[in-house]
Design a protein around this ligand. Structure first.
Ligand SMILES: Cc1cc2nc3c(=O)[nH]c(=O)nc-3n(C[C@H](O)[C@H](O)[C@H](O)COP(=O)(O)O)c2cc1C
Length: 292
């Protein structure tokens, strides 16, 4: 199809969508092979579009019981390998405990754990062997767990409840998470905490996202060329894109990503040898696969 026809189709589609596809030139710039043609927004997409993290500034308002039940029902509807639901969700409504676990205060916590305990227990009850808790099943179980967690966040938002994912549970002495919640030592690893609640205030903008080259690949993976890398660096410097975590970098760096790699990621340098996460995965049996 000639390029002018593609452009006309995009323009017509943009008009049909009432401006949803606002700038056809941007759509064309994505890639010549796959111009963007987003479908019209619906209620589900609007909820997903409205997702944003409440960075710890929760009010003390309680998440209603019926809404929490609905969120949990939605979470377990997520796809999961072999319909085995190799995860568990620990709910806490104690703000002090939530603070100790995650480093953040909020009215309700859903802790999503990769977990084979229930599955192994039922196998034992039947006198059946269960050998499914090695590294491979940890990866599959992590996928199941995270799909359930994101489904919970979307369900919550659809009910007017905000949320914050945090891996604060992995900071400091991780053993406290097992101690405070009585988690099984083997075959159970908390992956992500989802704090639910209501924000004290709404920010003036949502955090931006990259969408083009390097994120989405059509048919074949394409490494970025230098021009595309420079464009990503530029987008992070552009305040209107809201990709930056903060503005501090402007004082000492030329680019936001200079600050990000040097100062932000620099803080998370892995310790030499086996770190606490590796040791925990070993203890859980997921690394050498000897639990079950
Ligand atoms: C694995 C994971 C860990 C996160 N940990 C934290 C955290 O500890 N503190 C925080 O304020 N936000 C945390 N977030 C939220 C991210 O900062 C947030 O999703 C990102 O900045 C994009 O902002 P948005 O969700 O508002 O669009 C985490 C998100 C994920 C998925």
């Amino acid at each position: 199809m000639p390029k002018t026809d593609t452009r006309r189709r995009l323009l017509q589609r943009g008009i049909q969508l009432g401006g949803f596809l606002a700038v056809p030139a941007v759509a064309e710039a994505q890639t010549a092979a796959a111009p963007r043609r987003p479908a019209p927004a619906n209620e589900t997409l609007k909820v997903i579009e409205s997702l944003r993290t409440i960075h710890g500034d929760f009010t003390e308002a309680r998440v209603p019981d019926d809404k929490l039940d609905t969120i949990l029902d939605a979470a377990v509807r997520a796809a999961n390998a072999s319909n085995m639901q190799s995860y568990s969700i620990v709910v806490s409504r104690e703000p002090d405990k939530i603070m100790k676990l995650t480093g953040y205060r909020g009215p309700c916590l859903l802790l999503f754990c990769a977990d084979h305990t229930r599955i192994a227990d039922v196998a034992r009850r039947l006198g059946r062997p269960f050998n499914g808790a090695g590294m491979d099943s940890f990866v599959t179980s992590s996928t199941n767990t995270i799909l359930a967690a994101q489904t919970a966040a979307i369900a919550a938002k659809s009910l007017g409840i905000g949320s914050m994912f945090t891996n604060g549970i992995h900071r400091g002495d991780m053993e406290r998470v097992w101690d405070l919640l009585g988690l099984p030592q083997q075959s159970c690893v908390p992956l992500i905490a989802l704090i639910l609640g209501f924000p004290k205030s709404e920010p003036p903008y949502r955090t931006g996202r990259l969408r083009g080259p390097g994120i989405v690949h059509y048919e074949r993976y394409q490494r970025l060329d230098e021009k595309q890398m420079d464009e990503i660096i530029r987008q992070h410097d552009d305040p209107s894109q809201h990709l930056a975590l903060n503005d501090d970098w402007r004082k000492s760096y030329k680019h936001y990503l200079d600050w990000f790699y040097a100062d932000w990621l620099g803080r998370f340098k892995p310790a030499p040898g086996e770190g606490p996460m590796f040791r925990r995965l070993k203890k859980s049996g997921y690394i050498d696969g000897q639990s079950g």
